[in-house]
Design a protein around this ligand. Structure first.
Ligand code: CAA
Length: 380
């Protein structure tokens, strides 16, 4: 067993760190305040090869491993967790899904554009009545001549307003439950497809989260991904990997909280000494660092297992479950260390708490992660 990153992984981490500090840091707070999508930053992430990190070079991707991807998402999310999720959805939900299960024609037409960052993707599974209960799909896909007509509403869709290509899960046969769901590639501008409500959020405010409406939206049969009825399994398998990306995003927020706490406690004096000299503060920082290390180990283990094609789903769930809790705890402690300054927008740590909370909710709530973990342990 080794705990060293290889040269490529270190280079990716360094590149992501530099990009985040130079390109994201100066405008992250303002974009959060204005709920402004980072169009230019996403374009540059594409040029760096960060929007299709695991996609093979033959389809325009970087051909990297999952460990490199985790390192990149951590660094980006340390500075701007909104960018972290935009990147994560495009990489692990959209590109991965198409790379793994898309047809050669779908890869040629869509994956290349997505992996190079020329186009942006979204993943539309959640519905008003199908959040955790994801197989309860109300959006229907009815067979028509040459394709399917999609009708229904998707909600809480990350990247939804800016996406050029959306992977949409819909029921092709409701009588079959989870096994009657299929996945479709829907292009922006397809008649019958529109972006509906944009959500105003607590955190990750510069990423966009919207509802999508489908009204008799005609999708050609060649845009179905995999067999009819494979859509729920497609979504679950894709989300297994996606959860590693969200764990990495949570880790980035936790690390930023730790770093801000260390910095502040060495600058701020109370009762004639630096905060860093008080044992109460030292212990908080020690606990943050220990939890982050443990969360990173779990996340890297899940990533390494996925890289070596070994079963990883329940490790990914553990990583997300734990890293997301650590992110919330570290952000809370960072605010506590900053005192009143931690509570105001002039200081960065209040954003960390707002951004951290969602990591316990999307790509499966913490309760869903516990279902996935316990089912794996109890199934035999
Ligand atoms: N891999 C492969 N197959 C799987 C699977 C997996 N990980 N999970 C389930 N399946 C299969 C089952 O084996 C079963 O197949 P058979 O019928 O052939 O036996 C079928 O799928 C149905 O599975 P379940 O009976 O387990 O389904 P369930 O209704 O009990 O649901 C659940 C299980 C774990 C709660 C699931 O619904 C779930 O993960 N919910 C959370 C959904 C989620 O994560 N949403 C995130 C939305 S996307 C997002 O958040 C993106 C973003 O904005 C950042």
């Amino acid at each position: 067993m080794t705990f060293d990153f290889n040269e490529t992984q270190l280079l990716i981490r360094e590149t992501a760190r530099k990009f985040a500090e130079e390109e994201l840091a100066p405008s992250a707070a303002e974009r959060d305040e204005k709920e402004e999508f980072p169009v230019e930053a996403v374009r540059k992430l594409g040029a760096l090869g960060f929007m299709g990190m695991m996609v093979p070079p033959e389809y325009g991707g970087s051909g990297l491993d999952m460990v490199s991807y985790v390192l990149a998402i951590e660094e980006i999310s340390k500075v701007d967790a909104s960018c972290g999720v935009i990147m994560s959805v495009n990489n692990s939900l959209v590109c991965y899904g198409l790379d793994r299960w898309g047809s050669a024609q779908q890869k040629e037409k869509y994956l290349r554009e997505l992996a190079t960052g020329r186009k942006l993707g979204a993943f539309a599974l959640s519905e008003p009545e199908a959040g955790s209960d994801a197989s309860n799909q109300r959006t229907s896909a009815v067979r028509t001549k040459g394709g399917y007509a999609l009708t229904g509403t998707k909600n809480f869709i990350t990247n939804g307003a800016n996406a050029d290509i959306v992977l949409v899960m819909a029921a092709t046969d409701r009588s079959k439950g989870a096994n009657g769901v299929s996945t479709f590639i829907v292009e922006k501008g397809t008649p019958g497809f529109s972006v509906a409500k944009k959500e105003k959020k607590l955190g990750i405010r510069s990423s966009d989260t919207v509802s999508l409406a489908f009204q008799e939206c005609l999708v050609p049969a060649e845009n179905r991904v995999g067999e009819e009825g494979f859509g729920f399994k497609f979504a679950m398998k894709t989300l297994d990997g996606g959860r590693i990306g969200i764990a990495a995003q949570a880790l980035g927020i936790a690390m930023a909280s730790r770093d801000a706490s260390v910095r502040y406690s060495k600058q701020r004096k109370a009762f004639g000494q630096y905060l860093a000299e008080f044992q109460a503060i030292q212990f908080k920082i020690a606990d943050m660092a220990t939890k982050i290390e443990a969360a990173q180990m779990l996340t890297m283990k899940a990533a390494a297992l996925k890289d070596s094609d070994k079963p990883f789903a329940h490790y990914a769930a553990m990583a997300k479950l734990y890293a997301s809790r650590v992110a919330v705890e570290c952000a809370l402690e960072a605010i506590q260390i900053h005192g009143g300054y931690g509570y105001i927008k002039e200081y960065i740590v209040e954003r960390y708490l707002r951004d951290a909370k969602i990591t316990e909710i999307y790509e499966g709530t913490s309760e869903v992660q516990r279902i996935v973990i316990s089912r794996t342990l109890l199934k035999n």
